[in-house]
Design a protein around this ligand. Structure first.
Ligand code: 6PG
Ligand code: NI
Length: 201
């Protein structure tokens, strides 16, 4: 017996196939947004360095292509994030970072290109930084906020997927930031505790 009759499928969402090109740009997408340097004020340690970038050319620091059919908990949101290879002062370029509103939801990221880190933490202070290169799959466990940081010299391109009802909480990160930040020292990324950093600078 055909399942349609059994489940009376109304407003059926159709499957889709999308091609992701080498540079990470998908053949189709539902939403697209980009974050320019001016939208990242307050996220970097060296605010002057950011202002210099903004005054020269308010560059796009990262872009996101998203596929979203609904916000139903049975559904998935998936997409591509592309973080540009540059530094703000000595700090590597990164996404804002967020918790999910439904904080007990998880997410996966799969690295398609580049070199970087997934920086994660809980509100209770558990921190985790996972190195990502092409082929790395990261499971962002429930209750962990997450941010991608590009520590390489190519675009850091990741495929992500999470439950469609998850939502985003940016406020907590805007207020507290992340406990771990990543700097370039003698050409290599160094993960430092933000408090230790601000005490020594
Ligand atoms: C999400 C994903 C991912 C993320 C982008 C941009 O929950 O939507 O984690 O799409 O949004 O990597 O990062 P920000 O949302 O922190 O700007
Ligand atoms: Ni997320």
């Amino acid at each position: 017996m055909c399942s349609n009759e059994k489940h009376k499928l109304v407003n059926l969402v159709l499957p889709r196939g999308i091609h992701i090109s080498e540079n990470g740009i998908p053949s189709a997408y539902d939403n697209y947004y980009e974050k320019r340097a001016s939208e990242m004020r307050g996220f970097y340690q060296d605010g002057n360095a950011l202002e210099e970038i903004i005054s020269k050319e308010n560059v796009v620091l990262y872009r996101v292509y998203e596929f979203k059919n609904s916000e139903s908990s049975n559904d998935l949101v998936y997409g591509i994030s592309i973080v540009a290879p540059l530094k703000i002062g000595k700090e590597y370029n990164m996404t804002k970072g967020h918790y999910h509103e439904a904080v007990d939801t998880s997410e996966i990221y799969f690295c398609l290109n580049g070199d970087g880190y997934m920086v994660m933490e809980t509100e209770t202070g558990v921190t985790e930084c996972i190195r990502m290169t092409k082929g790395t799959l990261v499971y962002v466990a429930p209750y962990f906020s997450h941010r991608t940081v590009n520590t390489g010299n190519q675009e850091f391109i990741n495929l992500f997927c999470y439950p469609a009802h998850a939502g985003h909480d940016y406020k907590t990160i805007e207020k507290n930031g992340f406990r771990k930040i990543i700097f370039e020292e003698k050409g290599d990324p160094v993960i430092v505790d933000k408090r230790a950093f601000s005490e020594n600078s």
